[in-house]
Design a protein around this ligand. Structure first.
Ligand code: IMP
Ligand code: MG
Length: 369
């Protein structure tokens, strides 16, 4: 991992892979150009490394020159392209190949085409080592593309983040959500999970994702996933894990600038825990901890019976039903306790005491993650 200014980057494309793409482009271009002597034009600053390596691989005589354009500020492309150094030689009748490090929105490329509009070149070809198809907004043809990449900010091999990273021989991709605190919150019925989730959400500015709420929301709003889930529920079948994960993914995606998430009601099986790990990994993040509130059975029974007296919840009224729910909780969560323990992520927290005492204990776990 590398840190440039305030941001972190992870390895993404190796020097070997870059080399293979460059070799392939050089031979394709050489084949197409034949015996003519082309003029390769690099777009500074980013393309200096591409051009240097490219021309070393070019098997025949060629000329090399540069123009200098600037469009990027921080990690965003801007419309406003500055022409810092223009063409300095007559290209009439020449075969010109633009060598770009990366094509993102295509704004820079539009400027390149403006520059060549009045030049009487024989042909103008565009070659780029990297290309972000999801970001590209123009329709200029790209004649040679080395490697297509997703629409995420990268550095290395000539590409910079505010001046840094150009010297790295391989490509690194920005890590956007690495410092999230993502909690899986567990607790037997009556442990005070709801109360504590509210508190943690406030204190750590986390987004609380209760699977039950997410289901109700999707079904009520008749989202595609909600309708799909409902079709299983209506048949009396379990909603497949993938549908639930897709709903959670949509929630995570709505909140990518969050400090993290509290998952409540999910996962319930180790297959679901694995799916959740994969989801978080795809967001450059991870589950930080499973926190389980631990409360002695007798105390839970006592609390729930008391709650039943005022809440009127039928399932809180009957002691044997209560004991059943508690037993079921332990049967179901034992597997998850093992799953997260194996990753050193299981934290049991004593759930007996005042609300403040318990929040204090939870905070000390989270603060030490
Ligand atoms: P475009 O004008 O949006 O196509 O962007 C082209 C220019 O933006 C490139 O020549 C780079 O200087 C810069 N750029 C685009 N994407 C990235 C990136 O992921 N990392 C670093 N620079 C980039
Ligand atoms: Mg560039």
């Amino acid at each position: 991992m590398v840190k440039l200014h305030d941001k972190f980057f992870k390895p993404f494309i190796s020097a070997e892979e870059i080399d293979r793409a460059m070799t392939r482009m050089a031979s394709e271009i050489a084949k197409d150009i034949g015996d003519e002597i082309p003029v390769f034009i690099g777009i500074l600053n980013g393309s200096f490394m591409v051009v240097s390596d490219f021309v070393k691989k070019y098997p025949k005589p060629c000329e090399v020159t540069f123009i200098k354009l600037a469009s990027y500020e921080g990690v965003k492309s801007t419309e406003d392209i500055q022409r810092l150094i223009g063409l300095t030689q007559d290209l009439t009748g020449r075969t010109v190949v633009i060598l770009e490090d990366i094509i993102d929105t295509g704004n820079t490329l539009a400027e390149v085409h403006r520059i060549f509009k009045n030049e009487q070149v024989k042909s103008l070809k565009i070659a780029t080592l990297f290309y972000k198809p999801e970001a590209y907004k123009k329709d200029f043809k790209l004649h040679y593309v080395g490697i297509e990449i997703p629409n995420k900010f990268i550095v290395g091999y000539g590409l910079d983040y505010d001046g840094l990273g150009r010297n790295l021989p391989e490509i690194y991709q920005i890590k956007q959500t690495e410092y999230m605190t993502n909690l899986v919150l567990f607790g037997p019925p009556g442990a005070g999970k709801g109360t504590q989730a509210e508190f943690l959400k406030e204190k750590y500015k986390l987004v609380h994702i209760s699977t039950g709420d997410v289901f109700r929301y999707n079904i009520k709003n008749e989202t595609a996933l909600g309708m799909l889930a409902k079709s299983y529920i209506d048949k009396g079948e379990l909603v497949p894990d993938q549908v639930t994960i897709d709903m959670l993914e949509a929630e995570v995606e709505k909140n990518t600038d969050a400090n993290g998430f509290i998952f409540d009601g999910f996962p319930r099986t180790s297959a679901q825990a694995e799916a959740l790990d994969k989801l978080m990994e795809s967001k450059d993040s991870a589950i930080s901890a499973m926190i389980a509130l631990e409360v002695d059975d007798e105390i839970l029974v006592e609390r729930l019976i008391k709650r039943g007296e005022t809440s009127g919840r039928a399932d809180d009224a009957d002691e044997s039903i209560i004991r059943n729910r508690i037993t079921e909780y332990y049967n179901k969560t034992a597997i998850l306790k093992d799953y997260y323990s194996a990753q050193d992520k299981y934290y049991g927290v004593d759930g007996v005491g005042s609300i403040e005492e318990i929040t204090e204990r939870l905070s000390s776990v989270i603060d030490n993650l």
